[in-house]
Design a protein around this ligand. Structure first.
Ligand code: DOR
Ligand code: ZN
Ligand code: ZN
Length: 420
């Protein structure tokens, strides 16, 4: 047979959506044709489906090593396959943080035997490891710094940030930044009001302003603002171009779907940064459609239900539901599938320097996500792959979700069934 696998249906190609067959051989896309491809196996995606380039989630906390009771590389990547995600980028805030070459190599080795989809790793940046960044660069997809304390307490001071920007710039790797201002958060510490007020919009806005100013002055680093959550921070990103490149930014699915009304009274929905108001949510959706929100991420951050309820830890899982939320964006919000393929695949591939994926095109990896947009489904605990065992989307009905996930030519989700 000419091909190992053919996937046929309505295919989201670069710039257009067409009826096509995608032929995969030896893990790569080797033909995209109207018809006539023959393969060992053909997946015929029904009319209710769209075939996207495999989704790339550039912000995930897989928790291994150290917090395997919350999630491990296997369970987290199974959740990814379940949600239609073929590549995840893992964050460095483990109990032993990924801030040294040794810790980074350890994670890479763990993933080699355990990962069900592709995993790449961020290297963490702190005041203490600036001299090691160049050593970690070849093994890292990018660098990550937290400008305020969050899970793992990995922080970079403002002074450290000024030094880190040229250091990261010199490596050529992107720099993802969790932007919240610690001093503003500390000034709210005594407030007894909602979690949303403990980490207020002003903390994000001040931090994004600081980062945008420093990046513009330096000019040599490609910065990504993580999980932008406020309209005002998005405006700062939009205006950050100046004479050079504007900073890049991502939005998290939960900030597009929920608001602080959902958070008040529900500690399961605590995240850093917190859920915001309806006008912020709408601004993020508009930014997605207009292109100023460059990419979509889950910020999959599993904690057990008990930890959430008794200790108030911040973070929600999201990988299992990536396909659900994208189906909702397309069918209920009216987001164009071409916008989805940009934000969920081609943009993270090009920004983070993975030219072998991100589009359905000859020569790319055989990574495909087939979403069924017309098979309503209610999220239920029993189907989740994440080890934490719960989802913020439980009980919500979505218009559809991921039906086939193909990673490097392997069918890891097959007509809704995971191939473990
Ligand atoms: O909500 C969050 N959870 N925000 C972060 O910055 C970290 C993450 C986690 O790792 O739990
Ligand atoms: Zn963060
Ligand atoms: Zn995160």
């Amino acid at each position: 047979m000419e091909y190992d696998l053919v996937v046929e249906g309505r295919v989201v190609l670069p710039g257009s959506v067409k009826d096509a067959q995608v032929g995969i051989r030896d893990g790569r896309i080797s033909a995209v044709k109207r018809q006539g491809l023959r393969a060992e196996r053909t997946i015929r995606a029904p009319d209710s489906c769209l075939v996207f380039p495999g989704f790339i989630d550039s912000h995930v906390h897989l928790r291994e090593p150290g917090w395997e009771y919350k999630e491990d590389i296997r369970s987290g990547t199974l959740a990814a396959a379940h949600g239609g995600v073929t590549t995840v980028f893992d964050m460095p805030n483990n109990p032993t943080p990924t801030t040294s070459p040794v810790a980074l190599d350890r994670k890479r080795r763990l993933a080699e035997s355990k990962a069900k989809v592709e995993v790449r790793f961020f290297a963490g940046v702190t005041d203490a490891n600036l001299a090691q960044l160049r050593l970690m660069a070849p093994s890292a997809v990018g660098f990550k710094a937290y400008l305020a304390r969050s899970t793992g307490d990995l922080v970079l001071s403002n002074g450290g940030l000024a030094k880190a920007i040229p250091e990261v710039g010199a490596t050529g790797k992107p720099f993802s930044l969790h932007c919240e201002d610690q001093a503003i958060i500390d000034s709210r510490a005594s407030s007894r009001s909602s979690y949303a007020d403990l980490r207020p919009p002003e903390a994000e806005v001040a931090s994004v302003r600081e980062v945008v100013g420093m990046v513009r002055k330096d000019g040599g680093v490609r910065a990504n603002i993580c999980h932008v959550s406020t309209a005002e921070a998005l405006r700062l990103v939009e205006g950050s171009g100046g004479s050079g490149h504007r900073v890049h930014c991502e939005a998290a699915l939960h900030h597009l779907f929920f608001t602080r009304k959902d958070l008040d009274g529900n500690p399961l929905l605590r995240t850093n940064p917190p859920l915001r108001g309806e006008s912020d949510r709408v601004a993020l959706l508009e930014g997605l459609v207009g292109g100023s929100v460059n990419s979509l991420v889950t910020d999959h951050a599993p904690h057990t239900r008990e930890e959430k309820l008794s200790e108030g830890l911040a973070g929600v899982p999201g990988l299992d539901d990536y396909g659900h939320v994208v189906a909702w964006l397309v069918m209920r919000v009216g987001v164009d599938p071409l916008v989805v393929s940009r934000a969920c695949s081609s943009d993270p591939a090009s920004f983070f320097g993975l030219p072998d994926r991100g589009e359905v095109a000859v020569g790319r990896r055989g990574d495909l996500t087939v979403l069924d947009l017309k098979s309503p489904q209610r999220v239920a605990e029993g189907e989740l792959q994440t080890k934490c065992g719960w989802s913020p989307y439980e009980g919500f009905e979505f218009p559809g979700g991921a039906r086939w996930t193909v990673s490097g030519g392997r069918v890891v989700l097959d007509d809704g069934q995971l191939e473990v």
